[in-house]
Design a binder for this molecule. Structure first.
Ligand code: HPA
Length: 282
């Protein structure tokens, strides 16, 4: 099967969207991407159909522990949600087009909204481990952009995408109606897969970051380029490097993810319901 790097990434995404349409038999409205710790949402939301991502043109099976490899079609009210049970990260080495392929595919499949979830290191000691936060903005420290390379075909051409409102105010308000205790903060995206140094975290704080992670920023940029509205949520699985006096480990990220699974999975399911309800009203 063609990889996301061997042909025009937009043609490949269009091809993948056609494949999904044939498999699921309908267009979709929302893409939800489950990051580490968020997989429980998949069991709260009843899928009508499911395929392995290995079947879909251009998709790569995620290699990160805690990430699933399927795409589900879920009815939420009147909306059809594509639920991706795991993502591809830059650090997996398949290239930036692979990282954003699901977002581009979803846009061609009809989705106008994307809900991104992730596990993150937390710079806010007042929030603490297990906190859930809405991303209000990001700082892209990966050194990459999904818009590098050949310009997209019409009507998507134009690389200079405005990111002043990358994360939708409207969707954040909806999420806050569901859970008024949600924090809100700036996410700094690193390439990874190593964790940050304490000096990098001190610098991140000075630059205005509240959360650090290794995902989300490429997908957000690609989604805005495709004209989609973005909501992003982080589960703070650990205090960022140097803040707790403890060493960081991937196991800790997975453990907190597991311990928070029911809560954040339920939260995501409720937010998707509210996004549908408010769409139906408008
Ligand atoms: N840094 C980067 N990514 C992460 C972290 C972290 O501390 N925790 C979970 N994902």
């Amino acid at each position: 099967m063609a990889s996301a790097n061997t042909q025009n990434p937009y043609e490949l995404a269009q091809h993948a969207a056609e494949f999904i349409f044939k498999k699921f038999g309908c267009r979709h409205d929302v893409l939800a991407v489950l990051g580490s710790g968020w997989a429980h949402a998949a069991s709260v939301l009843d899928a009508t159909n499911e395929i392995s991502v290995t079947e879909i043109p251009g998709f790569t099976k995620p290699s990160a522990i805690g990430h699933g490899g399927s795409l589900r079609s879920v009815a939420v009210g009147d909306s059809r949600v594509l639920l991706l049970t795991g993502r591809t990260h830059l650090y997996e080495g398949h290239g930036v087009n692979s990282v954003v392929h699901a977002v581009r595919t979803a846009a061609f499949a009809g989705c106008k909204t994307v809900v991104l979830t992730n596990a993150a290191g937390c710079l806010r000691t007042d929030w603490g481990v297990g906190a859930t936060a809405l991303i209000s903005d990001h700082i892209n420290l990966t050194g990459f952009s999904p818009l590098t390379g050949a310009d997209a075909p019409a009507p998507l051409h134009g690389r200079f995408v405005d990111l002043t409102d990358a994360y939708s105010d409207r969707l954040r308000k909806i999420a806050k109606q569901v859970d008024p205790t949600l924090h809100e903060g700036v996410y700094m995206g690193f390439h990874g897969p190593h964790f940050e140094t304490p000096a990098e975290i001190r610098a991140a704080r000075v630059w205005g970051a509240d959360l650090v992670g290794m995902s989300t920023v490429m997908e957000t940029i690609a989604a805005r380029h495709m004209g989609m509205e973005v909501l992003a949520l982080s589960l703070a699985t650990n205090l960022a490097a140097g803040l707790s006096g403890e060493k960081l480990s991937g196991d800790e990220v997975l453990e907190i993810g597991k311990a928070s699974a029911t809560r954040v999975g339920g939260l995501l399911a409720e937010i998707l319901k509210q996004i549908d309800a408010q769409k139906s009203k408008s």
